[in-house]
Ligand binder design. Structure first.
Ligand SMILES: Cc1cc2nc3c(=O)[nH]c(=O)nc-3n(C[C@H](O)[C@H](O)[C@H](O)COP(=O)(O)OP(=O)(O)OC[C@H]3O[C@@H](n4cnc5c(N)ncnc54)[C@H](O)[C@@H]3O)c2cc1C
Length: 456
């Protein structure tokens, strides 16, 4: 029986860390690299990280390699059990749901610009890392298309492209419907779009496994199946108890558990995250002729202009990956109902594949925060406790880059790359934490209205 983890604002089924995730990634990643097994007995380290996903593993790697600081990651499941092993593989600009204009209003123009610079740097960071460490992660497609799901959404995309030019001197080309089709993307729900020249697509579990090896290369330790169930202060430091019978003493603890964050361990992390479900369907491999008949042949990742967006990729063996929100009910039955809905929508977005066989479907949690901005830093009044979460649905790129920043903070070293102040603020509690799911339901209803009914 798996230890019970999670914020408990959702059904238990979604927190079963002993239940394998039936993803295409699990089926195709190959064997996991060696790890350090479940933590048992007494151990100590300088930095303990709760969460062994892209964020936690990257932090262990940067601490040990760059700063010579001993670090240990603890994960409740196998490595890659969380979002890191089950995402869409978009390496994209993220870690916030707020637009640059909104960030500018809240935090000032300079910090909004720094968010943008950091997001770009995070995408480049992944590409550089993959190349430098020769990670075999099935890189596919450069950049990303954002497509207008209705004709009147083109105005907003054109404005975005113009703003990128005016603010950053960047070219984010606008494509008409015909140009988009020539580039290899045709759908009744694509009326043109823009091309974002940053990011790529990859196999997320292979990437996570690559990080697992890197995390251990310089003496870092990674313990799967080691749910932290109690967190005590021990003299000047911390003592973490795991369900596997381990006790880990550490000078510093960092919470890097994103949408799966456990509440009740330390009140500073209670009510500060809102996990939100995301669902992915993958089809059988589609032949080149089938792809040409539908008009979808590009391997550049695609997202649409909805608030509750669909994210779409053609994978290297010709499979279609079709992702979107996952509703607000995490029971198995609701998961099936939502997958049926996604199946229908897939057939509307790609009429040629209305009946196509779905080979894999799965879901997992992304992580929202109260002000829709990620959190990376050390508490100003207690620099022995850190936070590294809040992906807002796109953390593959930023989680590793942010870990590099946080490692420098822990080491008291300079960080000479862009990193926004708004990400560094301590986590904020949701105003009424017990109403997080109903609040999300209300937000979804509003966004659905904006996406599907109201004009732009
Ligand atoms: C379906 C889906 C699709 C997504 N698609 C994309 C995408 O295409 N592009 C993108 O950029 N992002 C995407 N994301 C988000 C992305 O996966 C994450 O931002 C990224 O993986 C970073 O994850 P992480 O390490 O912060 O968290 P996770 O990978 O979720 O790791 C957190 C870990 O914490 C562990 N944990 C929780 N509580 C405890 C405890 N008490 N003790 C020990 N361990 C604990 C969990 O077991 C979990 O493994 C997607 C997410 C989902 C779910």
């Amino acid at each position: 029986m798996a230890a019970r983890i999670g914020s408990r604002i959702y059904d238990e089924a979604i927190y079963a860390t002993d239940r394998p995730v039936p993803s295409l990634w699990e089926a195709t990643a190959g064997p996991a690299p060696a790890d350090d097994g479940a933590l048992e007995g007494e151990a100590s380290t300088e930095v303990a990280v709760i969460g062994g996903g892209i964020a936690g593993l990257s932090l262990v790697w940067h601490l040990t390699r760059r700063h010579g600081i001993e670090a240990v990651a603890l994960d409740a499941g196998k490595i890659g059990w969380g979002a890191s092993g089950r995402n869409g593989g978009f390496v994209s600009m993220g870690y916030t749901k707020r637009s640059l204009e909104e960030l500018s209003r809240s935090y000032g123009g300079d910090d909004a610009r720094t968010v943008f610079e950091a997001q770009k740097a995070a995408c480049a960071y992944v590409l550089d890392l993959v190349q430098a460490e020769d990670l075999q992660v099935d890189l596919a497609g450069r950049g990303e298309y954002i497509v207008a799901h209705k004709p009147d959404r083109m105005k907003g995309l054109e404005a975005k492209s113009a703003a990128m030019k005016a603010m950053f001197g960047e070219d984010w080309p606008v494509l008409s419907r015909a140009e988009l089709e020539r580039a290899g993307y045709a759908s009744p729900e694509a009326h043109g779009g823009i091309y974002v020249p940053h990011g790529t697509g990859l196999h997320p579990l292979k990437y996570t496994y690559g990080l697992l090896s890197l995390a251990r290369r310089h003496g870092g330790r990674v313990h799967p199946n080691s749910t932290v169930v109690r967190w005590e202060r021990d003299g000047g430091g911390h003592l973490l108890h795991t369900a596997s019978g381990g006790r880990l003493r550490a000078k510093t603890v960092v919470v890097a558990s994103n949408g799966f964050t456990t509440e009740g361990l330390d009140q500073r992390f209670d009510g500060v995250t809102l996990p939100a479900l995301s669902t992915i369907l993958v089809t059988r491999p589609l032949s080149l002729e089938e792809r040409q008949a539908q008009g979808f042949t590009t391997d550049v990742p695609v997202a649409d202009s909805r608030n509750l967006l669909f994210y779409i990729r053609l994978l290297k063996d010709g499979r279609l990956l079709f992702g979107g929100r996952g509703g607000t009910n995490s029971t198995e039955a609701a998961g099936q109902r939502y997958a049926d809905y996604m199946r229908r929508r897939l057939g509307e977005v790609f009429p040629a594949w209305k009946q196509v066989e779905i080979s894999h479907r799965w879901r997992g949690f992304v992580c929202l925060t109260a002000d829709l901005v990620g959190r990376v830093g050390l508490f100003p009044e207690d620099r022995s406790t850190g936070y590294l979460f809040g992906c807002h649905g796109s953390g593959v790129a930023m989680s590793g880059y942010a870990a590099k920043f946080l490692a420098a903070q822990i080491a008291d070293a300079r960080f000479n790359e862009p990193f926004p102040n708004c990400f560094r603020q301590p986590p904020k509690r949701f105003p009424m934490p017990s109403l997080r799911v109903p609040a999300l339901q209300a937000a979804y209803a509003w966004y659905r209205l904006k996406d599907e009914v109201l004009p732009a």
